[in-house]
Design a protein around this ligand. Structure first.
Ligand code: NAD
Length: 233
């Protein structure tokens, strides 16, 4: 059985990383258009780099939580593919082995000219004057800004379309096209949603069970239930 887990900022909230929306969300303190757009990268470069430096520094000081760990442990019983909207590396650090990052990775930089030239960054601080070794262009955070294409979308849609069971954790399903991935779940596949709120999952026919809990609490419970119900003895 193949389980596909689709995660958003909420899965990392219990590790101490702010979500974008909801109580204590980052957009209460910043304006999207000042930071997370290609235009901001061009005209507000210092602020954008500073914003992501702060996120990176914060990331280095936190650890995966029980939700990341429960998702990784599912691999002991099932084939598991994780698709995340998160740019943090907490799924990697918890041990998940098959992760698709839809919106990039905070611990990497890329050329401002060529999206395929990607480099890991040491520590948390991006040197704003550093250039890409590959093409000499200035570097920028390896994140997909609002309004930019999502290069991993097709690969993610393909993965979702082969899920036998689909789990959604900690996403408001407000950011597109990522949110539309649920439309690729086959109509008979059971969907579980772990989130203290109830995001609108717009699928016509799938059975959906809502686990209205924080990820670190709800995901381990769900993992235990799935192992009891479906894992081969
Ligand atoms: P979002 O901020 O729009 O929504 C967060 C969701 O998490 C909400 O549904 C909220 O109810 C839920 N939530 C809050 N606390 C939770 C908890 N403890 N356990 C479980 N769920 C909880 O986030 P999104 O849907 O992922 O979309 C926003 C975009 O923000 C994404 O594209 C992502 O790239 C980016 N983002 C990433 C990070 C990260 O990498 N950790 C952090 C903030 C934002």
């Amino acid at each position: 059985m193949k389980i596909v887990v689709f995660t958003g900022a909420g899965v990392s909230a219990d590790s101490g990383i702010c979500t974008f929306r909801g109580g204590n969300g980052l957009w209460d303190s910043y304006r999207i258009e000042d930071i997370c757009t290609a235009d901001a990268m061009l005209h507000n470069r210092e602020e954008v780099i500073k914003f992501y430096n702060i996120r990176r520094k914060e990331l280095l000081s936190v650890e995966p939580n029980a939700a990341h760990v429960a998702i990784s442990k599912l691999e002991e019983h099932f084939r598991v593919q994780v698709i995340t909207q998160n740019i943090d590396d907490l799924h990697e650090r918890a041990g998940s082995s098959d992760i698709t990052h839809l919106h990039g990775e905070l611990r990497k930089l890329r050329s401002t000219k060529d999206e395929h030239l990607i480099y890991p960054i040491e520590g948390w601080q991006q040197d704003p004057t550093a250039h890409s070794k590959g093409d000499g262009a200035l570097l920028r955070p390896f994140v997909v800004f609002f309004g930019e294409a999502v290069p991993m979308f097709e690969q993610a849609a393909e993965i979702v379309s082969t899920a036998d069971l689909f789990i959604i954790v900690g996403t408001s399903l407000a950011v597109y096209p990522a949110a539309s991935l649920v439309n690729y779940v086959r109509p008979w596949v059971q969907i579980y949603v772990v989130d203290p709120e109830v995001p609108n999952v717009s699928v016509p026919r799938n059975p959906i069970e809502y686990i209205q809990m924080k990820a670190a609490q709800g995901m381990p419970l769900l993992a235990d239930k799935l192992i009891k119900e479906y894992a081969k003895k």
